[in-house]
Ligand binder design. Sequence first.
Ligand code: GLC
Length: 743
Amino acid sequence: MKTISKLLFVTMLYVSLTTTVVAHDTDKQIYKKVDDLMKKMTLQEKIGQLQQLTGRNSEITGPSGEKINTEESIRRGLCGSLLGVKKAEDVARYQNIALNESRLGIPLLFGYDIIHGCRIIFPENLGISSSWDITAIEKTAQIAAREAASMGIAWTFSPMCDISTDPRWGRVSEGSGEDPYLGAKIAEAMVHGYQGKDLSDPNTILACVKHFAAYGAPQAGRDYHTVDMSRRMFRDRYLPPYRAAINAGAATVMTSFNDFEGVPATGNKWLMRDLLRDELGFTGFIVTDWGSTDEMCAHGVAANGKEAAKLAFDAYVNMNMVDADYIKYGEELVHEKQVSEKTIDLLCREVLAMKFRLGLFDNPHRYGGDRYKSETYRPENLEVAREAARKSMVLLENNGILPLKGSEHIALIGPYAANRKEMSGAWRGLVEHHRTTTFLEGLQTRFGKDNITYVEGCKPFKAIEGGIAEAVAAAKKSDVVLLTMGLPNSCSGEAASLTSIEVPQVQRDLLTALDSIGKPIVVLLVTGRPMDVGFEVKHADALLVTWHAGTMAGPALADVVSGDFNPAGRLTMTFPLELGQVPIHYNMKRTGRPMLSPDSKAKYFSRYIFTPNEPRYPFGYGLSYTTFDYSDLKVLTPEVAMGESVHVSVKVRNSGKRDGAEVVQLYLRDDIASTTRPVRELKGFERVELRAGEERTVEFEITPEDMSFWTINEEFAQEPGTFHLWAGHDSNATLEGVFTVKR
Ligand code: GLC
């Protein structure tokens, strides 16, 4: 054998051996290491691993509780995790305290709310869900994980899996809308994006399924309010995204603030033990939400922090976020035999096992260091953000004014036109606003600075002296007005509930004034929630929902309004005709007196006296610069046995003059079932790119699981009978098919 090939052989042999030797520990090996470590730990130190605290300069995302000396707690082994630490340097400093100044040197786990990006901010989640592009969504989570990991963060409190049908609730901006099927697909994709295939990879981080559970259904859309629903409704409509994320291998789950069946989630044994661990088989660890253990006192189910801690321990909630009830009362509860040390061991074991899986014991500084200098704001990732933002935008009205020809002089007006910060939405703790490209900058780059006149016109909630007059003057000298309207970041996310979903009046006054001069107006709606846009559509020639589009908002907007990109966003949450219809969503139940047709005048039916039942824009709706026609829906298997899938095909043609993407949607109705079923439910979708004139046959498989629901027999099962299905452009699709499942 020649020397070179011998050298190659030896090298390959070495690599394979060392690779094998450093191959990842199996869970068995991990738990062996955990158990060996726990044998050295005191009860106090085991409870310490179950306590999460904030660091100095941490982002504070909840009411401030009692002051705890974090560094001292770390030294005493009374803290296992920190959240909200914003700098890699601070992560390293705290980690060194844990490693060098605590008795056992157990590394800390650093968590952060990386909700829709880390440094690079992608569109807010409700926005990016409107892309219906699962691959793109997973990619954004993967990039967010890499950026976060480079800043020392090994755990994100995401994906938020809360289904919601109430736009009064500010946190709809963090979720994936009203539909369980789409929400489940997105939750699964985000877990895969964050966690990848190997948690010990220093570019992957722990995901966290939140907020468990049903937090998205607070009464009256008021954040933290009571949630009260049947278990059947919960299982059919709210559980699927949580379950999908857990089945995707999510490492952690976060308890929600709300009560469920009268018991706060954080102390709810049915939710946390019977359902989450026993039925869904969740094996990771559970963290409370911010102070939600101690808040069980405010809920009125615990007289004090000690009782609250017991409730959380008994629910097998591993880690306590921010309030100190675990480290204050844990030992006492064990000594009084109110909580067994076995429970503490069980809870601590999972937390330590996760730290081993992350490789924190091999190298406690594997996350962070100075990697962020090369890892954040990478040009290729900014392009991903640009693509995600333009795919998220939803065109709701257009009389042909869009796409712009490119020769027009544009008057860009409104409070969000040149605003960097307001492009980020909620949960933007690590963004560097100066890296965000504004709408103005994006449009100037695309159309030339000389073709754009910018006027702010007003602030989001208040007038600017002379602002309207200046805006009108600019509009008069333009060929088209692009008017940014909507809500600022502060109206998105947590503690941001509203009793009106209309655009603030001061902005409408600006629109009215502009409309009076007769120039075409395109409203650009900046929002993190569905809004009542009845006034806007009366005065505008086009309405484009941009959402809070993130770091690349400007280039993405320019791509869409110029026609360089044909908008393909589809609503994932219903836009009501008016707030009085809320909660309104496409997958409602039929009732015993369903309206026979939208224009029926019959009295004794489920309806309003003066208002239609139909929303302004339904789930799945969105326009394109081209048109799509559907034909030839075929149920390829019109009769199947229980346990068999049904196969369906439909033809979709791009019947317009522009290439474009269409989200082909498939809806199903179980005609007769043992419990009432929705009028229709999304059970398939495919985003297809079609050249002008191109026709494509799209096939769907409807599995027995897709047909299953929580039956009268209290089980998730399929039932025989006939099913109707529809395929088309949105949840009002009319192309119909039927099949039968034989007993
Ligand atoms: C907040 C939020 C939760 C977040 C946590 C940590 O109160 O409810 O979504 O992950 O606290 O910031």
